[in-house]
Design a protein around this ligand. Structure first.
Ligand SMILES: Nc1ncnc2c1ncn2[C@@H]1O[C@H](COP(=O)(O)OP(=O)(O)OP(=O)(O)O)[C@@H](O)[C@H]1O
Ligand SMILES: [Mg+2]
Length: 249
């Protein structure tokens, strides 16, 4: 299992839920843009052959704070493109966007080396049922040591005062995994996805609520990192990405 990273090491954040359309790419790109704004430059690693995260990055204006993109799904076992597996020396956060439909062995390999796993879940009966199975499998099959890989849930596309949201929150509160943020269903996410930005880049008068929700996620992720005093010598800063791409072949 991965050890808790310190401030000088890479924090590997895996966005995971095999259910399609629950908001993995949205969460990954919004986190990446938040970290980009804050600096230093984060890396966004796309393990999904559909390449939605990389398409979002292509739309991103060059005047925005940069994000290092890695199209991990393009790698194959035959062609080792080591340049793709490298992240800039300054990078401290890698956000990994994963595809729908991953199965237990692939999930196990993915989270083995992770610092954090974020699970977006939507408030529909189907999504809740799916999440219940997936999370049970995750905890059982991977035998997660929650002390070293911190897992958190993000309720996504929620609408206030709906039965679905109440059902979702009731289900989530029955788990041992914390719900770290509740993201609303908002056109801000759709607009941000379309423009290669995150909700943190939109005008505050319009997206304050979304910005606050993203800040809660980042605060929780920051809390997983050891303080700078406990840093290892600079030469141990890792620059190689783990072989996430092998999961796809
Ligand atoms: N909080 C939100 N409010 C409104 N729309 C959202 C929100 N989160 C995601 N969406 C939209 O929902 C759709 C699906 O989201 P997204 O692509 O992030 O899901 P995904 O889990 O990555 O899907 P896949 O499993 O196919 O990769 C997208 O059109 C996205 O813009
Ligand atoms: Mg996606």
């Amino acid at each position: 299992m991965a050890l808790k990273p310190n401030k000088n090491e890479l924090q590997r954040i895996i966005i995971l839920n095999p259910k399609g359309g629950c908001g993995k790419t949205s969460l990954a790109t919004n986190l990446a843009s938040y970290y980009a704004l804050r600096g230093p430059m984060p890396a966004l690693l796309d393990c999904d052959p559909q390449g939605a995260s990389m398409r979002w990055l292509e739309k991103r204006s060059k005047i925005r704070p940069p994000i290092h993109g890695v199209a991990a799904y393009k790698q194959s076992m035959q062609v080792t493109r080591t340049w793709q597996r490298r992240v800039p020396q300054e990078t401290r956060k890698i956000i990994v966007d994963t595809p729908a439909g991953l199965e237990s062995p692939q999930i196990h390999d993915l989270i083995y080396d992770a610092s954090n796993v974020l699970i977006p879940v939507m408030p529909s009966p189907i999504d809740i049922r799916y999440a219940a199975h997936f999370i049970a499998d995750l905890l059982l099959a991977a035998q997660l040591d929650l002390g070293s890989v911190r897992v958190g849930i993000v309720a996504n596309r929620t609408r206030k005062n709906t039965i679905c949201l109440r059902q979702l929150l009731r289900f989530l509160s029955s788990l041992k995994i914390p719900v770290i943020a509740v993201l609303r269903d908002s056109q801000n996410y759709v607009r941000a996805a379309d423009e290669g930005v995150g909700v943190c880049d939109l005008p505050l008068y319009r997206a304050k609520e979304d910005f606050v929700a993203m800040s809660q996620i980042v605060a929780w992720l920051d809390d997983s990192v050891l303080p700078a005093e406990e840093v290892a010598p600079a030469k141990t800063v890792p620059t190689e990405l783990p072989e996430y791409s092998r999961l796809l072949h």
